[in-house]
Design a protein around this ligand. Structure first.
Ligand code: NAD
Length: 518
């Protein structure tokens, strides 16, 4: 296939009035389609259910974004059946044809870009720029994985002994269950699902209960792109109600999960148990939480460091697995960096992305449970150290807003150890660079990390010794680009599956060796 070389989808320029206008108009259009109902889609058929998920705008919880059917075990069973039957044909469909579906999905996302941004603002509480970065990432996943499939479709070169031919190639695995979080409801849901589908598997796709309307939009895109009925089955529902069932079922071949450590570990454990009629060892691809640290040493560009700490900590209200939640500052620059971080964080504009413009930097957190969780951690942080900024969440009935919050704490404090997943940053002072690196590594997670330094020895040490899957020097630590910064963590952050990287698609396939003697 003659495709143009891969490149990342550029972000929208919000200084261009035409983009601002297009976004306002999309917000209005989406605003007039709120409250609609969305059924499950199994084998191409719309299925209504008794249960329902009511999805609300986190900036205005009385506004219902949509009502989404919630699957029970009955519908989960139907979806597994459909996916199992469809695997017979889909797994034998040419890889080129599968790749073209992703390419068409990419074109559709681009055509529906502002509409998707407006849904992300309404249901995810995303600022315009954050929503745009996510939708661009979804385009990138489609473009990258389609090309990756073409690269891998005939297998890879190995050696043969004289008189024999050894071939090494990949085959589809079976039925995959994709389980997504709410923080990247377009990009992660589409990314995981498209990787499973392009490699010839069929999928039961479960979005997060907090962003199921966007999940329904993702399903629309797969359908519009021409994914045959039964290849992707849309099964929204509560994790607590259908999660275990989908994971444990003997028809499930693999689970591709992104979400919290707790859920990921549960899935890993349940998937490991063999049940009746199960004929394979299930594969689990799990990307989980983080407690990501940025180290600023005494040689760093302090202005740039402070700007990137603030961007990494408070972008999407800190609700990114890659978000900086610890800033570890060398004692000699501690006061200067802190002053700059506070100044920049104070300048952030908090507001409802559905009401404000492109200048809103911080929106609400996603939900009432998340608001409660973050608020509880803030109470803990107040007792553990000094509150330098924020700390006073508003009334949740008026929107789940939590102001950017900053604590100075000891490295062993709870708020410096556990994932909070909100706009809360812990400042920790270090004696020297080795101490800073030790503090950064002294955590079960290992997703992203950053170092600001002009010291070559420090950078080289961190290059090898910083225990994280994605380490960034002298820049922010969020916003990994597909194909450029393959993404996935060490330790309790997951299976280091590196979404958007060259090793990702083979995780969804069986590598086969065939040897013929002549
Ligand atoms: P979560 O674990 O609560 O939920 C994730 C998904 O799992 C949801 O769809 C949920 O319904 C489902 N689920 C819940 N219980 C289940 C069960 N028993 N079996 C199967 N599925 C079940 O996570 P969340 O709050 O949606 O997302 C936030 C978390 O995701 C954070 O910890 C964040 O760090 C992590 N995350 C990680 C990455 C990464 O690439 N490493 C990316 C984004 C988010």
């Amino acid at each position: 296939m003659g495709l143009i070389p891969y490149k990342n989808e550029p972000y929208l320029d919000w200084s261009d009035e035409a983009n601002v206008e297009a976004m306002r108009s999309a917000l209005q259009d989406v605003g007039s389609s709120l409250g609609e109902s969305y059924p499950l889609v199994i084998g191409g058929k719309r299925i209504e259910t008794d249960g329902e998920i009511v999805s609300v705008n986190p900036a205005n919880p009385s506004q219902v974004v949509g009502r989404v059917a919630a699957a029970s075990e009955r519908e989960a069973d139907m979806a597994l059946d459909k996916a199992t039957a469809t695997f017979e044909t889909w797994s034998r469909t040419a890889p080129e044809a599968r790749a073209r579906i992703l390419l068409r999905a990419s074109a559709i996302i681009k055509r529906r870009r502002f509409e998707l941004l407006a849904w992300a603002a309404h249901e995810g509480g995303k600022t315009w720029a954050e929503a745009d970065a996510e939708v661009a990432e979804a385009v990138d996943f489609m473009e990258y994985y389609s090309r990756e499939m073409l690269r891998l479709k005939d297998g890879v070169e190995i050696y043969s002994v004289p008189g024999e031919e050894s071939r090494y190639f990949y085959q589809p695995m079976g039925v995959g269950v994709t389980i997504a979080p709410w923080n990247f409801p377009v990009a992660i849901l589409m990314g995981m699902t498209s990787a499973a589908v392009v490699t010839g598997n069929t999928v039961v796709m479960k979005p997060s209960e907090f962003t199921s309307v966007i999940g329904a939009k993702v399903m629309e895109i797969f359908e519009e792109a021409g994914a045959p009925e039964g290849v992707v089955n849309f099964v929204p529902g509560y994790g607590s109600e259908i999660g275990d069932y989908l994971v444990q079922d003997a028809r499930t071949r693999f689970i591709s999960f992104t979400g919290s450590m707790k859920t990921g570990l549960r899935i890993n454990e349940l998937a490991a148990r063999q049940i009746e009629n199960q004929r394979w060892v299930k594969r689990v691809i799990a990307e989980m939480g983080g407690k990501d640290a940025m180290i600023i040493d005494d040689s760093a560009d302090l202005d740039a460091a402070a700007a990137d700490i603030v961007a990494s900590a408070y972008g999407y209200s800190g609700q990114k697995c890659s978000a900086a939640s610890r800033a570890i500052l060398h004692a000699d620059v501690h006061d200067d960096v802190l002053e700059k971080v506070i100044e920049k964080a104070k300048a952030l504009k908090i507001g409802a992305p559905t009401e404000g413009g492109p200048d809103v930097n911080v929106g609400p957190v996603i939900s009432e449970p998340q608001f409660e969780k973050v608020t509880n951690y803030i109470d803990v942080g107040k007792n553990e150290g000094e509150t330098l900024l924020g700390g006073d969440p508003g009334d949740p009935s008026e929107g789940y807003f939590v102001p950017p919050t900053l604590f100075e704490v000891d490295s062993t404090a709870t708020v410096a150890q556990e994932e909070i997943f909100g706009p809360v940053l812990s400042i920790i002072q270090a004696r020297d660079f080795e101490d800073a690196l030790h503090i950064a590594n002294d955590n079960p997670y290992g997703l992203t990390g950053g170092v600001y330094s002009r010291n070559r020895d420090h950078l080289e040490l961190a290059r090898h010794e910083f225990r994280a899957g994605n380490v960034y020097f002298n820049r922010k630590i969020t916003g990994a680009l597909v194909g450029v910064q393959p993404f996935g963590g060490f330790g309790m952050s997951g299976t280091d599956s590196k979404a958007g990287g060259p090793d990702y698609l083979p995780l969804h396939m069986l590598a086969k060796t065939v040897v013929e003697r002549f």
